[in-house]
Design a protein around this ligand. Structure first.
Ligand SMILES: Cc1cc2nc3c(=O)[nH]c(=O)nc-3n(C[C@H](O)[C@H](O)[C@H](O)COP(=O)(O)OP(=O)(O)OC[C@H]3O[C@@H](n4cnc5c(N)ncnc54)[C@H](O)[C@@H]3O)c2cc1C
Length: 374
């Protein structure tokens, strides 16, 4: 029997924290996931595109490249086995101007290097044969991209953690932790019934709060906490019939994949997200942005009636770079960087974090097995 209250504590019940809890449960650990909100998945995981990414764009050798492809494969299998809704609708990356066409070739090369299966290069006519109404010079088809029910996914993860004897504790903010002599941690949790608990292993997956949570762990070197930035993106919904079946993405913009089209699981067309750096959490959607969105969308869908665009929702990416700076990789930090055995801290889990979540969980569990207390 463990000397601790829990074998492992995970901070944050978003898709990534729950996937970490699931991975640790699968390895036989009893896990407590602490969540400050009154329900799971209220953070970044409920304000995104719900796209299962193929893994096309990410630089060779990066965690994003490896974990997106592995995570996508794991995710489809998990959704199947847990009866969670998804649609493997495929995605078209479109070059709307002749000068964008060479970018498609570079993306295709990168996708193949990343191990993305079954990619195809299409002419404009071939793309229009799939999606009449689409305007483009050429396109790439990524058949394994899709959309899914991210909340159903998170509920299934919670169910797995609980079935393995673990708990997901809501309305319970993590307030701090101190390493114990001989291994493990003492955790301070707040909420209606503030409490202390002990655990052998600690994983922090608090999304936008990654920096604040790391700073509340005694002994975490401040120089190892990367600067965080908020990358806001807004969405507009179409008040008309969805024009395409597949996802449609122009080539990426600096710092993000850019505003794209998706038909969600409810059959509605949604456009977004753009990227604007903000200094606090602000989820408002400025209706005046509709004209900017319309101009962008009409490059690949000239039939759009701008009057059909209605403001929808906003999300904020937990970024590790500011405007104009190169987009860094996910950070999955074990004892080799911060010097605290038994702790893994996650930073910068922006897109494709949902797609990668199961693979991130496995990577975290692998890292911890190297530093698990005896
Ligand atoms: C606009 C946008 C579009 C995106 N689109 C996609 C996409 O289509 N596909 C894709 O793969 N990825 C996408 N992403 C990325 C993806 O949404 C994230 O990578 C992923 O949801 C991050 O999950 P998480 O669990 O790390 O964070 P979160 O979901 O934010 O979970 C962190 C949790 O920690 C909790 N928490 C914070 N502090 C504490 C504390 N002190 N104590 C206890 N709990 C705490 C929060 O309440 C929250 O529930 C997108 C992101 C954005 C913003």
């Amino acid at each position: 029997m463990s000397a601790f209250d829990f074998d492992a504590v995970v901070v944050g019940a978003g898709a990534v924290g729950l996937a970490c809890g699931y991975a640790l449960s699968r390895r036989g650990l009893v896990v407590a996931v602490l969540e400050k909100e009154a329900a799971i998945g209220q953070g970044v995981s409920s304000r995104n595109s719900e796209v299962i990414h193929g893994g096309l764009y990410y630089p060779t050798g990066s965690l994003k490249a490896r974990l997106c492809v592995e995570g996508r494969r794991r995710l489809y299998a998990f959704l199947d086995s847990h009866h969670v809704d998804y649609r493997r609708c495929g995605k078209l990356v479109v070059a709307t101007e002749p000068e964008d066409v060479p970018r498609l070739d570079a993306i295709l090369d990168q996708a193949r290097t990343n191990g993305v299966e079954d990619m195809a290069r299409l002419s404009g006519e071939e793309a229009r044969a799939l999606e009449p109404g689409l305007r483009c010079e050429a396109a790439l088809l990524s058949p394994h991209s899709g959309v899914f029910d991210s909340h159903g996914y998170m509920l299934a993860l919670q169910g797995e953690i609980e079935a393995a004897g673990g708990v997901v504790v809501l309305s319970t903010p993590f307030e701090g932790a101190a390493p114990l002599e001989g291994g493990g941690f003492r955790i301070r949790a707040g909420g209606a019934e503030a409490a202390e608990l002990t655990c052998g292993l600690l994983v922090t997956a608090p999304g936008l709060a990654a920096q604040a949570v790391a700073a509340a762990i005694k002994g975490f070197p401040h120089l190892q906490i990367p600067a965080g930035h908020f990358g806001k993106g807004v969405y507009f919904r179409l008040a008309a019939k969805a024009p395409f079946e597949r996802l449609v993405y122009p080539p990426p913009i600096p710092g993000a994949l850019g505003t794209h089209y998706r038909k969600d699981l409810g059959g509605q067309a949604v456009f977004g997200p753009d990227l604007v750096f903000v200094d606090h959490e602000d989820y408002s959607v400025d209706p005046l942005k509709a004209s900017e969105f319309a101009a962008y969308i009409r490059k690949f869908w000239p039939d759009l009636d701008p009057a059909d665009l209605t403001p929808d929702y906003a999300g904020i990416r937990p970024k590790l770079h500011g405007p104009g700076e190169p987009q860094p990789d996910f950070q999955i930090r074990g004892a080799e960087t911060h010097g605290i055995p038994g702790l893994v801290a996650l930073f910068g889990i922006e897109s494709p974090g949902l797609t990668s979540s199961l693979a991130i969980g496995e990577a975290v569990a692998d890292l911890l097995s190297l530093s698990e207390p005896a």
